[in-house]
Ligand binder design. Structure first.
Ligand code: ADP
Ligand code: MG
Length: 291
């Protein structure tokens, strides 16, 4: 059978079934990052993301932006666990005709972001390949009591997103988004979400990962889903590459968060629906016509 008949997540499931994992692993395949033993009061977070020319970026895009995004999507996954990023290794595959200035550009883009988030790039690998490929593997850490995974959502919890969704690929936002580390740290310190992830594949698909992991369902409220300027509801639900946080909070904590943001106006988190007890059932808004 070819992988196209299989689907990405079925393939990952197949890979997972055939791997043997040490009992020391706190969380392996299936969340935004792996969670590993570290110190008495902290976990180590470990994640990787790969980007390929022709799939995730084109030769026409600025090298700086490509480098920036390669690191940014990894930082976003560390944020999704409630942690802070620390050290990265970067591997690149380059066609023989690649300009040295393009490689410098990729690293300039990455270094700009690394500096802002306190990340050190400490190694990597360089190979020849037909197309440009970039792989970043990133470590992070999180206080044990601040760790948030995808599997803690409970019936009655409110569902939130950290910003407007849709149109990110069309308007180029996917190349310059700011990973939501500050927002995630604020949330884990003050409200401790019951589940959290970042939106990379689109709200409708990604919310399903929380539902599956938490064995719950959800009902989204059409009017409350924040759409980025000019985006339709379907785009907000399926475009992806928004890299906003998607999280759930108990009703009591949700009320406190809404009060806090009303008073401070520091950040705005959008309540978009409710977690239900109907296992894995996602009720999408009526206006949704994509499938
Ligand atoms: P994200 O969008 O948060 O980066 P992905 O959708 O890429 O997450 O991956 C989902 C989960 O599957 C993650 O836990 C990731 O580590 C794991 N995963 C993806 N590809 C592989 C692979 N080839 N081998 C092992 N684990 C994988
Ligand atoms: Mg993720």
């Amino acid at each position: 059978m070819r992988i196209t008949q299989f689907g990405e997540f079925e393939l990952i499931d197949l890979i997972r079934k055939n791997l043997r994992v040490s009992p020391k692993v706190i969380c392996g395949i299936g969340d935004d990052t792996a969670v590993l033993p570290y110190t008495k009061d902290r976990y180590l977070l470990f994640t990787t993301d790969m980007m390929a020319q022709g799939v995730h970026f084109t030769a026409r895009m600025k090298s700086e932006a490509v480098g920036y995004k390669a690191l940014a999507c990894n930082i976003s996954d560390i944020a999704a666990m409630g942690g802070v990023p620390t050290f990265a290794v970067v591997s690149i595959g380059l066609p023989k005709s690649t300009k040295v200035s393009s490689v410098e550009g990729i690293y300039r883009g990455m270094q700009d972001l690394a500096k802002d988030f306190g990340v050190s790039i400490v190694g990597g690998d360089t190979i020849k390949s037909d197309k440009v490929v970039i792989n970043v593997a990133l470590l992070g850490e999180v206080e044990k009591n601040y760790l948030v995974t995808r599997n803690g959502a409970k019936p009655g919890d409110r569902i939130f997103v950290s910003g407007p969704l849709g149109g990110s690929l069309k308007d180029g936002r996917h190349l310059m988004f700011v990973p939501r580390v500050a927002q995630a740290r604020f949330l884990v310190r003050n409200f401790k979400p019951s589940a959290m992830m970042d939106i990379s594949d689109g709200l409708a698909g990604d919310l399903n990962h929380i539902l599956k992991a938490s064995k719950v369902g959800a009902k989204l409220d059409e009017k409350s889903i924040p759409r980025y300027k000019g985006s339709t509801l379907s785009q907000a639900l399926t475009d992806g590459e928004d890299f906003e946080l998607l999280f759930t909070l108990s009703e009591a904590k949700a009320g406190k968060l809404l009060n806090w943001q009303e008073k401070t106006k520091q950040w705005f988190f959008y309540p978009i629906g409710l977690i239900t007890a109907n296992c894995k059932e996602l009720i999408l808004p009526k206006g949704f016509t994509h499938f």
